[in-house]
Write a protein that binds this ligand. Structure first.
Ligand code: HEM
Length: 324
């Protein structure tokens, strides 16, 4: 058929071009919330009961599991890399600057994985278990719920240097925090709402000592002096204080109200409300716990989408702390 510049011919050529360009895209599998419906229908209920038990044994574990998911996702994506032990040939993430003696919940994930393995061996990834555990942990302490997308596979490597480079620190400026999150595709608003998980959990004295002893104008004097009682200037590095001084055991928006009163525990908390670009976001969440809850849930889903391994990438580990 001769193809002159008729309109039919033009449409045909455009369609052909589109088809060619789509077929050259890499085939990236998507995560989906029903990923295990056929292969391991009881996976989610098994994980949920393991997490419920762990949180009823120790309420703080809910906070630790949410943070574990965050620290997994920010290093090579949500791929279970944080769970890998160091080996002679690989220096992993467990002892990275912001994880060492700080990040918790490994045993809970290992136990949940063992139970899931006993019903469907070799099917459910450790990375997915961490993601589901974070949601179940939030729900267990009255926090928001969300549909966890599934189908992540486990990494075959971990990296301490990537963890050091990608995990935020309690001394970071607002600009650094915004840029660290931006590198992961998360906005300043996502960063602020996710920091709202500091409504539960604890921090060690060494992470807030600098702030409570420097008599700066961005900290409430009474709050600083109360915190100094259990965090001496020269020792007690591991002494704990709640990140939310008002309601440390419930998932609510008091964290944001504290910031407005200059009662953020970490410097990286207070920078979110110190005259900068995120002040208005903190104001929003301090006024509405329902907006906080729903934005938190959406941001957790977005965080869980960071660079997953899918399809035939990576592996499904049998034990979360070692490669297959
Ligand atoms: C914005 C940057 C952030 C910084 C600089 C930061 C820093 C910290 C620090 C220093 C601690 C105390 C650790 C310790 O003393 O061992 C902590 C605890 C915690 N963080 Fe963050 N964090 C940030 C964002 C987040 C995000 C995005 C989440 C969750 C999505 C999160 C969840 C938690 C939780 C739940 C705890 C308490 C953990 C526990 O009690 O075991 N944080 N964070």
């Amino acid at each position: 058929m001769a193809c002159h510049l008729s309109s039919t011919c033009l449409v045909f050529s455009i369609l052909l071009l589109l088809l060619l360009s789509f077929s050259s895209l890499p085939c990236q599998a998507q995560l989906s919330s029903n990923f295990y419906d056929d292969t391991c229908p009881n996976a989610l209920s098994t994980i949920r009961s393991a997490i419920r038990k762990a949180v009823s044994r120790e309420r703080r574990m809910a906070a630790s599991l949410i943070r574990l998911h965050f620290h997994d996702c920010f290093v090579q994506g949500c791929d279970g890399s944080i769970l890998l032990d160091d080996t002679p040939s690989m220096t992993g993430e467990k002892f990275a600057r912001n994880n060492n003696q700080s990040v918790r919940g490994f045993q809970v994930i290992d136990d949940a994985k063992a139970q899931v393995e006993s019903i469907c061996p070799g099917i459910v990834s450790c990375a997915d278990i961490v993601a589901v555990a974070a949601r179940d942990a939030s729900v267990a302490v009255g926090g928001p719920s969300w549909r966890v997308k599934l189908g992540r596979r486990d990494s075959t490597s971990a990296s301490r240097s990537l963890a050091n480079a990608n995990l935020p620190s309690f001394t970071d400026s607002l600009e650094s925090l915004i840029s660290l999150f931006d590198r992961k595709g998360l906005s300043a608003r996502d960063m602020v709402v996710l920091s709202g998980s500091h409504t539960i959990g604890q921090a060690r004295c060494l992470t807030f000592r600098g702030r409570i002893y420097n008599n700066a104008s961005d900290i409430d004097a009474g709050f600083a002096s109360t915190r100094r009682r259990k965090c001496p200037a020269n020792n007690g590095d591991g002494n704990l204080a709640p990140l939310d001084l008002v309601t440390p055991n419930s998932f609510d928006n008091n964290y944001f109200k504290n910031l407005i009163q200059k009662k953020g525990l970490l410097q990286s908390d207070q920078v979110l409300f110190r005259g900068g670009s995120t002040d208005r976001i903190v104001n929003d969440y301090s006024r509405s716990s329902s907006v906080f809850s729903s934005d938190f849930a959406s941001a957790m889903v977005k965080m869980g989408d960071i660079d997953p391994l899918t399809g035939s990438q990576g592996e499904i580990r049998r034990l979360c702390n070692v490669l297959r």
